[in-house]
Design a protein around this ligand. Structure first.
Ligand code: 13P
Length: 255
């Protein structure tokens, strides 16, 4: 059975002490309240990561992830952080291809394919983000946009490599806007993504791939979204900055 994951994306929020305080609340609440097999993944800014990895020791339901990593192994790339560096401090996951990185840092599918290769080569598990803009949905090209993101960003991977990937469907129009995709809209895309994976690899790999929904997800709308057959959890922005909300979303999967 595929893994259920609720990942928090803190984006560029929280100073060092604020981040540690929030993480400490999250680990304590998860220990006391989470009863299923679901996994929490907290994706913080780089500066928190080393401390969070240390704090997460002994809490096997809480993992730590970065929000980006460079495509090169090392070198003269001032200001960048490599996958190997992240791995060396015990980071487990890395978000790749978030729409904010695609938009503000011009990350293309081609670049993201390289970032994925480098992350995998260094033992990180990518949370690979895909999703259409409102304009693309209104022009009814959203299925094609998502297919292109999959084909160009991920489908060069071997079947063995692909099993390490978590996919996050985040419709750009739903991010930080309070506009959530309806459960039906999200399910439709998630089923499409799974079918594309089955066509490229096989049905077993498709069945085992965790596909998260992201975009204005909160404790109120998470139960309906996560009840859909192809939605395996969430990638949470704003609500992941509040321990109560984040853990309540995680608890949707309680046994
Ligand atoms: P919000 O939950 O704030 O809409 O952000 C979603 C997101 O971008 C997570 O990566």
């Amino acid at each position: 059975m595929r893994k259920k994951i609720v990942a928090g994306n803190w984006k560029m929020n929280l100073d060092y002490s604020e981040g540690l305080a929030l993480f400490s609340e999250i680990t304590n609440m998860v220990k006391d309240e989470v009863t299923g097999k679901q996994q929490a993944v907290v994706c913080s800014p780089f500066i928190h990561l080393h401390s969070l990895v240390q704090m997460a020791k002994g809490y096997d339901k809480v993992s730590v992830g970065a929000q980006n990593a460079h495509q090169a192994e090392s070198g003269a790339y001032t200001g960048e952080v490599s996958a190997k560096m992240l791995k060396s401090i015990g980071v487990e996951y890395v978000i790749l291809g978030h729409s904010e990185r695609r938009q503000y840092f011009h990350e293309s599918n081609e670049l993201l394919a390289k970032k994925t290769d480098t992350a995998l080569a260094n033992g990180l598990k990518p949370i690979f983000c895909i999703g259409e803009t409102l304009e693309e949905r209104n022009s009814e090209i959203h299925f094609q946009v998502i297919k292109d993101q999959l084909v160009e960003g991920l489908f060069h991977l071997s079947a063995e490599q692909f099993t390490k990937i978590v996919i996050a469907y985040e419709p750009v129009w739903a991010i930080g806007t309070g506009l959530t995709a309806t459960a039906d809209q999200a399910q439709e895309i998630h089923a499409f993504i799974r079918a594309e994976i089955a066509a490229k690899y096989d049905q077993q790999i498709a069945n085992d791939t965790t596909i998260l929904y992201g975009g204005s997800c909160n404790p109120k709308n998470a139960p309906e979204l996560f009840a859909q057959p192809d939605i395996d959890g969430g990638l949470i922005g704003g609500a992941s900055l509040k321990s109560r909300d984040f853990v309540d979303i995680l608890k949707v999967f309680n046994a």
